[in-house]
Write a protein that binds this ligand. Structure first.
Ligand code: PMP
Length: 357
């Protein structure tokens, strides 16, 4: 690959920050211990590093460290949240509420549950991809056990009204899960103020390594129960068996440290760049329009543009010096127009001509 290719696909994944790599390196060789080896210093050292990361990640979302369960990424965290809660609360009911623009790692577990006798309500979204909190309230029934609504969309950057939805879920005694893989580091996440019960995060969207994420599981007010989906060891408070990815976890903690340090500065800078790029393209090219919310209301660093009269795949092929995508990387081999764009009312033709920068 030519090195001159300009990378415009940070919504798919980010490069690992050099400081993150440096922090991870010793945990591959010198400090290679298994964090579960509690009988010698190699294990203690690894465990200490894991616990330090757990504290850093917890503090990002105002949680307690014991509420953080490490996973292999947000896909696994979403699966664990949905299957884990569905099984734990099956005796209370089998109704789950989600919405039309969720990531496949939320949709597919819901579809699998449907085959096992659960009922899934998929709420519609408005023209910019937002869910109406009142629609969530109206959809909650006696047998509703879980509401799963993402914090921010990975294709069109829509930020959902988490606090409103969280508060109404709590008032009705329903568990609230949010997939915050894209949102972390870009918008405020506060499990207490926003009444979040389960939160999925991923390291590789915020300059951390791939293959590591977490599920936050609320322990108090209320204590949320999820049943483990991975069995075979007592790691992670019995919620997720398996030897921990110590270097990855250390890297995740360091990435959080960096974004916390940069805080609003990075967010404002990203938003400024996003606005500049959007203006430059849409003012110059009348055939291009923005899908989703206006830049000042969407996730900083996300643009989704419809290019009238063109197939996005053809555009991708003709612009080899730029790395961008037509939507979610996880679905990029799928030839169907994006379900997210279809959900906000974009026609199939426009959806096929849309790109994400
Ligand atoms: N949810 C959203 C909203 C995402 O954007 C992604 C990453 N494409 C995931 C979940 C999956 O995360 P991971 O790659 O860590 O499995």
């Amino acid at each position: 690959m030519k090195t001159a290719v300009i990378y415009l696909d940070n919504n798919a994944t980010t490069a690992v920050d050099p400081a993150v790599i440096e922090r991870m390196l010793p945990y591959f060789n010198e400090k290679f211990g298994n964090a579960a080896s509690s009988v010698h210093p190699y294990g203690w050292q690894a465990n200490e590093a894991v616990e330090e990361s757990r504290r850093l990640i917890a503090s990002l979302i105002q949680a307690q460290p014991q509420e953080i369960v490490f996973t292999s990424g947000a896909t696994e965290a979403n699966n664990l949240a949905i299957f884990g809660a569905a099984q734990a609360y099956a005796k209370h009911g089998k109704h789950i509420i989600t919405q039309a623009t969720e990531h496949k790692s939320v949709f597919d577990p819901c579809q699998a549950l449907k085959k096992r006798g659960y009922e899934i309500t998929i709420l519609p979204v408005d023209r910019v991809g937002r869910v109406e909190p009142q629609a969530v309230a109206d959809a909650i029934r006696e047998d509703t056990i879980l509401v799963s609504i993402m914090a921010a969309n990975n294709e069109i950057g829509t930020i959902q009204p988490l606090a409103e939805i969280g508060s109404l879920c709590h008032n009705r005694g329903v568990i609230f899960h949010t997939d915050a893989a894209q949102a972390a580091g870009h918008i405020i996440l506060d499990v207490n103020n926003q009444n979040l019960d389960l939160v999925s995060l991923s390291a590789h969207k915020i300059y951390g390594p791939k293959g590591v994420g977490v599920l936050y599981i609320r322990r108090r007010n209320p204590r949320v129960i999820i049943l483990p989906q991975m069995l075979g060891g007592s790691q992670e408070y019995g919620k997720r068996a398996g030897t921990l990815n110590v270097p990855g976890i250390v890297g995740f903690g360091e990435a959080i440290k960096i974004i916390t340090r940069n805080g609003l500065k990075e967010v404002n800078y990203l938003r400024e760049l996003t606005q500049k790029l959007c203006n430059a393209i849409t003012e110059e090219l009348s055939e291009v329009s923005l899908n989703g919310p206006p830049v000042n209301e969407r996730l900083p660093g996300n643009l989704n543009l419809a290019v009238n009269g063109i197939e996005a795949d053809a555009l991708l092929l003709s612009m080899r010096d730029f790395a961008f995508s037509t939507g979610a990387a996880c679905s990029s081999k799928n030839l169907e127009p994006s379900h997210v764009l279809r959900a906000i009312g974009v026609s199939p033709e426009h959806a096929r001509g849309s790109i994400r920068l």
